[in-house]
Design a protein around this ligand. Structure first.
Ligand SMILES: [Zn+2]
Length: 119
């Protein structure tokens, strides 16, 4: 197989997990099954956080590009939010990995408050 993968997540999967685990195994020839599992989990969670971030940002970009009627709305009054730039938002994934998403921040002119659109 000699095809370039256009998917960075697929590259990360192969680099972080497959190659990474192979190298780890060579460096830890006496590792127990539990230790191997922990090392694998560690890589898997890291990749998972990265995928989650990519997918969330993809969806978010699609939301804001949509027609006005489909744009994020205020959960309280339903008015279309005004986009107010981007701000980092700290999240935690399962497995306890910190995830920072730079999300578009919306402002509701009716409620006079800013919020991150849900999702
Ligand atoms: Zn509102």
């Amino acid at each position: 197989m000699n095809c370039e993968s256009p998917d960075p997540t697929a590259d990360a999967l192969s680099d972080d997990i497959l190659t990474g685990m192979h190298e780890w195994r060579l460096q830890h020839p006496d590792a127990s099954l539990t230790e191997i599992e922990q090392a694998l989990d560690e890589r898997w969670y890291r990749l998972r956080a990265r995928m989650l971030q990519d997918l969330a940002l993809e969806r978010e970009a699609a939301n804001w590009q949509a027609k006005v009627v489909d744009r994020p709305t205020c959960p309280d009054c339903g008015r279309t939010l005004i986009r107010r730039g981007r701000q980092p938002r700290q999240l935690k994934t399962h497995g306890g990995h910190a995830l920072t998403l730079t999300r578009s921040y919306g402002y509701c002119p009716t409620c006079k408050k800013g919020l991150f659109p849900p999702g």
